[in-house]
Design a protein around this ligand. Sequence first.
Ligand code: F0G
Length: 467
Amino acid sequence: MSDKAHQVCINPDCRATYSLDEIIFSCSKCKSLLDIVYDWDRLAVPRSLEFFEHRWGTKGRTAAGRLDFSGIWRFRELLPFVPEDSIVTIGEGRTQLEQNDPLARHIGMKPGKLFLQYEGLNPSGSFKDNGMTAAFSLAKRLGRTRVACASTGNTSASLAMFAHKSDPPMQGIVFIGSGKIAYGKLSQALDYGALTLQIEGDFDACLRRVLQASDRLGLYLMNSVNPYRLEGQKAIMYRVLEARDWEVPDWIIVPGGNLGNCSAFGKAFRELHDLGLIKRIPRLAIINATGANTLYQLVTKDGLRWNGGRYDRATISGLYAAMDESHYLPHTIASAIEISRPVNLPKALRAIDIMNGLVREVSDDVILEHKALVGKYGFGCEPASAASVAGAHMLFDEKVISPGETVVCILTGHVLKDPDATVMYHMGVDMKHATPPPQVTPTGACSNSPKRVPDDLEAICAALGEK
Ligand code: F0G
């Protein structure tokens, strides 16, 4: 297997190649990101996607049954970088695509056109488990025992869970910023036993430090600069297709933070298309929060493009220099995507190129309103995830998405990840600083605050609408 896949530099002027065994997170020649590239002609690739269907219902105790049960590894022929006996799986990726007509109607779309992919249904409650199973499998094969990441919360939760679930267990080490993490996520990292370092700084500072610490201490890095993470995240798209009987939708809409997910989606569709397994590639919309909108600035405002890999690096360094000069710090209620220097930026530009993509930004108010709508009409999601639905609404209003088109919004994290944000929206209070909960003044258009009622049956019936 290892001679049929390599790590390859994404820079077209370099294309340095490294073996899968080499622990390296950027090209040692030019510092660019790395891809996992397969020699498909020498691998057994199914002739059609229907090949995978028989595995969907498996819940077997055999080795193959364990892999079939995973929503990532039942597609193992499409990410063949690790031998089966090294795979670390806990039944991740058994998530759901929901056709949500009431939400579609609410935002003006036709029934049957809007789909929500609930990645919050993963074991740790976010899409990160798709990537972690892949990166942990490689870590196991390479005999690594200490794994580390910087995180706005979900990566750390997922890493911490996979670390203690691995056999043998690994030590999970997570770097989180000061005051920038939702308690649902922090509680997971702590409960799952990760060594948790709270750094005085934001996510970007944490990522810088974990890269340095990993380098010095030989920790195995689990952020999405690890190309195996993105191999696992390709499976989100396989499951979307599977749930639609392999019919390709018109749009995939995803929140953008460190830009790993959108990068993985671009790679997934490029490969499926090149392998002849799909006939067309959907369009991609990446949605930033206004308070953390680097990709929006660069792509939509400044016109930055992939340009065959020879993208204009000066535009990026110019923006970063201006950020430094003004001491800019990103700020959004969608703390998961509060990131100003996304590490996967070049791969995201490539995904935009592959998928004829675009980028929008949405404000915190609009994010929270759409989060409440996903709660009201669906299973709910965390704030960052709702950026995708807010983006769909915006693009539909702009008529970029036309009424006949099918849209899949990726809901990246579970509603219970950040209950403070939810309660704050519905009750109009900052729950972190409110004990006991004060009188409420809801503000949002979709807010649904509790009513205060005396301990009295008459008053209760009146509050319930009895005339
Ligand atoms: N949605 C959620 C819920 C997330 O946790 C993240 C990223 C994103 C969207 C953005 O995804 O980075 O692939 O563009 N969370 C990371 C973390 C950064 O540390 O948990 P992306």
